[in-house]
Write a protein that binds this ligand. Sequence first.
Ligand code: DON
Length: 584
Amino acid sequence: MLNRRETLRAALALAGTAGIGARCTAQTTAVSGYRPADVLRGPAGMAVSNSAAASSAGRDILAAGGNAVDAAVAVAFALAVTWPEAGNIGGGGFMMIAPPEQDPVCVDYRETAPQAVTATTLAEQTDRRHPRMVGVPGTVRGLALAQQSHGRLSWQAVLQPAIALAAGGCVVEAPLADSLNAVLAAVSKSTAPWHRPLEQTFGHPQRRRWRAGDRLVQPVLAATLQRIAEEGPDEFYSGQTARSLADYFEQHQGLITAEDLEGYQAVLRQPIRTNFAGHQVWAAPPPSSGGVALRLALQMIEHVGMPDPGDAAWTPMTVHIVAEAMRRTFRERAAYLGDPDFTPLPAWLGRRAHAAKLAESISRSRATDSRTLAGDIPLETGPVESPQTTHFSVIDAEGMAVSNTYTLEASWGSWLLDPATGFVLNNEMGDFNPVPGVTDLKGQIGTAPNQLAPGKRMLSSQTPTIVRRDGKTVLITGSPGGRTIINTVLCVLVQHLLFARPLPEAIAAPRFHHGWLPDQLRIETGGQSRLGELRGRLESLGHRVVETRGQGAAHSIAIEPASGIRVGVADGRRGGRVAATLIG
Ligand code: DON
């Protein structure tokens, strides 16, 4: 007998032959790279995330009459159960919401610094997984704000799939098995007593390695989610969960208090918008650097003009131009961006004249030395940033779109978990500039806008993005990857909007990252062991090339303007799955 998923798949495959929708393979004939984990064409609602169970939770909420925001909130809570290395209720993020016929808005649920910090708290903190590295979590308030402002189902209904997955257990998918085994091996080497509860919560009950197909049951998390469902988001910020967290931090040298939790607010903000290749690109505003950086890089690329790459995913010249735009963008990011409630965003930073002025120093025959762009940022020498985050995309039958990126900062965050609440806590404080005034060649930034202060939001690179053409949503995208997130989204937009590649090809195409400092161009090998000729051509232009394995996981949805057909693509770099409804 077919289960529900197989039935749906079979139905979609049949529908596909009738021209309604179908699972299909990536068309990667012209573009080498990373084959998507999943591609699905469908006529109505769709959710794409890192976890099959979470995508299905979104699909089920759509099928039950929820809109894209209801489904996104369900996916977010479900990922906190099924993808706990980054899906979370102990972290924060950004949700872009695009209702049909209305401009997109962004829910900022970025973590904040506790009131007890001083400017030097981070400079004195060498252990990145210490209780002091935890920012006040924003996820529950953010999801509640999204749902109250744009959802139509009840709060209890959208939490239900996550509660069921935590209480009844979720099937461990291969990426989760790998992730669990990796974190348990790493945590076993930590001598810190506060890292033991992670082993107790996530260790295999038979003390063996996790395997795909095992079942992960999280009864404590289920109880926490149940309380949040019954009592509302305030339960997390002033109820039993808040009291437990405040006690936990007091006992473990942390800084977060009951007052910090009670005072946390998510904020609705206006996204950053720019025009690119005949499209309108909308992305997360400060305190994420994502939207501002993406706008600046796209404006520079348009100003310089890109040669046609022909059948190649990228040519040396197209990589060079984009990398030079990235380099200049990240210098501006370091100089001007931080929490807008502390450092207002300069209006001129968004003007095309500013992008044009920056782009004028781009040479087609020579890479720029990053040090020459420092300007009034003094440079020294000294450490760098680490992964993990997760992105998902949702659309409903009416065309409401959601692009959500949220994170614990590092993979499995701080490795800290209050055993009475059952969820992993972030280590987002590491996104503040750690040492005031110290900007070094390795990429540590010390500029003023992102220095630590009580109640402040740390600068993010999360770039959930929604693209429209003639007022209609045509692309929902975003990615994990720390500072590389911005450049992953940039590569996807150049591939899909400028080079007009179908979404599966745009996602498969190799990606690259230049972050100003360190002065190096990190390029994916595209699933091959070595980069080949491209490396030599870029080195001859003066780039310091570093080969990398996989940049980001851009789980995305494209909407074909003429037919309205949705094409969901789960990026193959870290697994993932598309789930779709047949009708609204
Ligand atoms: O908000 C940020 O920019 C970072 N905390 C994101 C970290 C991240 O993406 C790690 N991912 N793979």
